[in-house]
Design a protein around this ligand. Structure first.
Ligand code: NAP
Length: 312
């Protein structure tokens, strides 16, 4: 452990990289701890991003994150490809410990770790994970060419995945626990207009069935009105039921709500600990967009700059 840095940014999604661009351009040379396994955040697992302003023809999620990384590096950001395992955020100098043992110190920390996939928690999910059960259609859709696929969820992610998976599956069935969808109207319209997609609604997945040799083979669903159980064939089971904030590593070093979302002071990005700021999906349970995370990353950088200037 040697120099005391101006700013450590934990997380490398739109919030983290935007904070780094702003801090870098202001001369604060931020260090980003980007994550070892999933740098770039959720957009790395997204296909076409059509709603990020400035890209009228859309841009692939990984390309957008690659561009953000290069932009942050252009303004002097240092990137460490590791996970943070523990933090000590009290006092004027904060300490961050990485998985490979590296200890870093800084006067400010920006928490921008985003969120991670939510699991169904039903029998068979863990057993067939990677053997039929997947949380990323872009990553795994290809493996189910010509096979029956189900997608579970009723939000934009589920609809995006279902539409994408029609390129591969012999059938795509979207299973949702209600008959109303959280997904935007345009996504629902597109899916309903696609004859390759069928719907099983008001139904909850009870378990995922399969065999040691073949992996997942079907899901058993319980129809909520009748209580009846039916089996839907599925070699690919894509779970798209949302995300939880990736904040467990903080061990409650800053105040959080009951679901683990970091609490900030009003419209600022200030957490309960002076010199520690938070941005993106680790804070925001409502908007959760790449552009809103980027905007919050900008605000976190400006809040951190104000703190650094006031506490020289
Ligand atoms: P989401 O909007 O929170 O939707 C999660 C869905 O999963 C809901 O329909 C929910 O059901 C269902 N669900 C949650 N827990 C469940 C459980 N234990 N068992 C069964 N079903 C469960 O999450 P998301 O679809 O990942 O989207 C997250 C955010 O990203 C949203 O703001 C979305 O608009 C955005 N997004 C945008 C795009 C795009 O614009 N292209 C693409 C993907 C995501 P209920 O409805 O009954 O609660």
């Amino acid at each position: 452990m040697s120099e005391i840095l101006d700013a450590i940014i934990i997380g490398s999604g739109p919030a983290g990289y935007t904070a780094a661009i702003y801090l870098g351009r202001a001369g604060f040379n931020p260090t980003i701890i980007a994550g070892a396994l999933t740098p770039g955040g959720q957009l790395v697992n997204t296909s076409e991003v059509e709603n990020f302003p400035g890209f009228p023809d859309g841009i692939l999620g990984p390309d957008l994150m690659d561009a953000m990384q290069r932009q942050a590096e252009r303004f002097g950001a240092t990137i460490i490809w590791d996970d943070v395992v523990s933090v000590d955020l009290q006092g004027p100098v904060k300490t961050v410990v990485c998985d490979q043992g590296q200890r870093l110190q800084a006067r400010t920390v920006i928490l921008a770790t985003g969120s991670q996939v939510r699991k169904l928690g039903v029998p068979g999910e863990q057993e067939y994970s990677g053997r039929g059960v997947s949380y990323c259609a872009t990553c795994d859709g290809f493996f189910f060419r010509g096979k029956p696929i189900v997608v579970i969820g009723g939000g934009d992610s589920a609809f995006e995945e279902a539409l994408f998976l029609t390129r591969f599956g012999s059938s795509v069935t979207l299973i949702h626990r209600r008959s109303e969808f959280r997904a935007s109207a345009i996504m629902v319209e597109r899916a309903k207009a696609n004859s390759a997609i069928s719907f099983v609604l008001d139904a909850e997945v009870e378990r995922i069935n399969g065999s040691a040799n073949s992996g997942a083979e079907s899901v058993t669903v319980r129809h909520k009105d009748s209580g009846e159980l039916t089996e839907v064939p599925a070699n690919g089971v894509f779970v798209a039921i949302g995300h939880s904030p990736a904040t467990a590593f903080l061990n409650h070093a800053v105040d959080m709500d009951g679901d683990g979302y970091i609490l900030v002071d009003g419209a600022s990005t200030r957490t309960s600990v002076p010199g520690v700021f938070a941005a993106g999906d680790a804070v925001d349970r409502v908007y959760r967009q790449a552009i809103s995370a980027a905007g919050m990353g900008c605000r976190a950088a400006l809040d951190a700059q104000a703190y650094l200037n006031d506490n020289q």
